[in-house]
Design a protein around this ligand. Structure first.
Ligand code: YK8
Length: 177
């Protein structure tokens, strides 16, 4: 896998969790910029492992003539039971894109880690991996891998940029750099 984001933000861990994993204005704006539409999310709910879980359904816009224009997607987010409010959050998100070619071969695992570093600071790490449910033919596999990495890199680079903007807005005039 790859580590796409690894940086300290001048945003508390709680606030970072709220921005990324609740129905925040921030994530709504970001989704609309990414042309991700029709978002439906279940509330966070306790699961059998002692953690919490929620499921998101949405439509992504791809606009790649080889792949298609749109795809529906399902994302299951599982918050690890060791997560501690305000201190440490670990969320594993599995994303299945249902309408792209070879969709039954692969999915994406995004691991988000938010660690408190001080009252108003946290470190965000986002690790992603392309997982195979069955082994495709070599050429197909490299096609899937190449397209997935470039899409993921673009997405997370944009997310990081938007988070830096949000950080600047949140801290504007706080007198606490
Ligand atoms: C989530 C991973 C692969 C997929 C896409 C499929 C290519 C298929 C290649 C061959 C279009 C928001 C991606 C990037 C779409 C976007 C997904 C997002 C960014 C077989 C034709 C959607 C995070 C996420 C996870 C996986 C991404 C897809 O929050 O290349």
């Amino acid at each position: 896998g790859r580590l796409y984001v690894n940086r300290v933000f001048h945003i508390s861990a709680e606030k970072m969790f709220e921005l990324l994993f609740t129905d925040s204005d921030f994530i709504r704006r970001f989704m609309s910029e990414r042309k991700i539409t029709g978002m439906v999310a279940t509330p966070w709910k306790k699961d059998s492992s002692g953690g919490q879980r929620r499921t998101l359904n949405y439509t992504i816009t791809i606009s790649n003539p080889l792949i298609g224009k749109f795809s529906t997607a399902t994302e299951t987010q599982a918050m690890n039971k060791d997560s501690q409010e305000g201190q440490y959050y670990l969320v594993d998100a599995e994303v299945f894109t249902h309408d792209v070619p070879y969709h039954d071969y692969f999915y994406t695992l995004n691991r988000y880690c938010i660690i408190r570093s001080s009252r108003r600071r946290c470190r965000l790490r986002i690790y992603t991996d392309v997982k195979y449910k069955k082994q495709p033919w070599g050429l197909v596999k490299s096609f899937i891998t190449k397209n997935s990495w470039s899409g993921l890199e673009d997405y997370f680079r944009h997310l990081e940029t938007e988070l830096l903007e949000e950080e600047a807005e949140l801290n504007q005039g706080s007198g606490d750099p």
